[in-house]
Design a protein around this ligand. Structure first.
Ligand code: N1C
Length: 241
């Protein structure tokens, strides 16, 4: 029996729910919306909680997040979206300097959830602070489904030129299995895609704009009738958006 309880508590391989999860959401919501018009943070936090509470953490659907998506709808001006893959810190450093450009984490929905972990139980309103499923445990888990649907919604709303910051120190700068490659790219309705491929100051680049992974990306973009551009850069200062 002792072993069974141990197994039950240790079932998932990802970090458990972030301590004070709901309080953290509320704090983030208030600080984000301080200077903007009527946003009901209590409602937003409730919608977030209702998406996964009392549910099997392996059976979460995009519909579960629908009420939250509705409450956090935001539109971003054409040409002002920055997507990223394997360059999170760099992308955020860039949008910190450039207040008119937005990553998903600069929008309310992404800002609320960035860096947090959450999941519940099928038969209780408690949150699991011990562990939460990762993609390896099951695909339809609260965190993965959230980022997929949030990324999809964010990419769908982008118009004009969409910028994406990719990592040139990886052998496959464009990874079809990343959220960018798997979700965002295929939902884009924008007119152009501008890839900024960031390399180290020194050292040989692992992938460049003339490499095969970017060629593959270009062919997908062309298939969607998007104009395509790729620029190799060694510093964010070279990013002229
Ligand atoms: O899988 P990725 O990158 O290609 O996803 C990045 C892509 C960005 O353009 C964002 O719009 O997808 C969106 N996105 C997030 O904004 C985000 N914030 C935090 C996707 N994932 C996000 N996370 C977490 O990082 C989440 O847990 C997810 O699984 C990782 C993806 O990081 P990545 O592989 O570098």
């Amino acid at each position: 029996v002792g072993l069974w309880i141990y197994w039950k508590a240790q079932s998932w391989s990802g970090p458990g729910t972030t301590p004070y999860f709901l309080e953290e959401l509320e704090k983030r919501c208030f600080s984000y919306t301080r200077d903007i018009s009527p946003v009901d943070c209590t409602k937003i936090v409730e919608a977030f909680e209702n998406a996964f509470i009392f549910k099997d953490p392996c059976k979460i659907t995009e519909e579960d997040y629908e009420p939250l998506l509705k409450l956090t709808k935001q539109s971003i001006p054409c040409g002002k979206v920055l997507l990223w893959s394997k360059t999170k810190a760099m992308a955020h450093r860039f949008t910190q300097q450039r207040q008119d450009l937005f990553t998903l984490e600069d929008a309310l929905l992404g800002y609320l959830a960035d860096g947090l972990s959450w999941c519940g139980f099928p038969d209780s309103n408690a949150m699991n602070y011990q562990s939460c499923p990762t993609r390896g445990d099951c695909k339809e888990n609260p965190v993965s489904v959230f980022w997929d649907v949030a990324s999809k919604t964010f990419a769908q709303g982008a118009c004009g030129v969409v910028n994406v910051l990719l990592n040139g120190t990886r052998s496959n700068a464009f990874d079809e299995n990343s959220t960018f490659g798997r979700v965002e790219l295929h939902t884009l309705k924008a007119s152009a895609l501008h890839v900024w491929l960031l390399h180290d100051q020194e050292g040989e680049p692992s992938d460049t704009c003339s490499g095969s992974s970017i060629a593959h990306l270009e062919s997908i973009a062309s298939g969607k009738s998007m104009t395509f551009n790729c620029q190799d850069i060694k510093s964010l200062d070279e990013m002229r958006v």
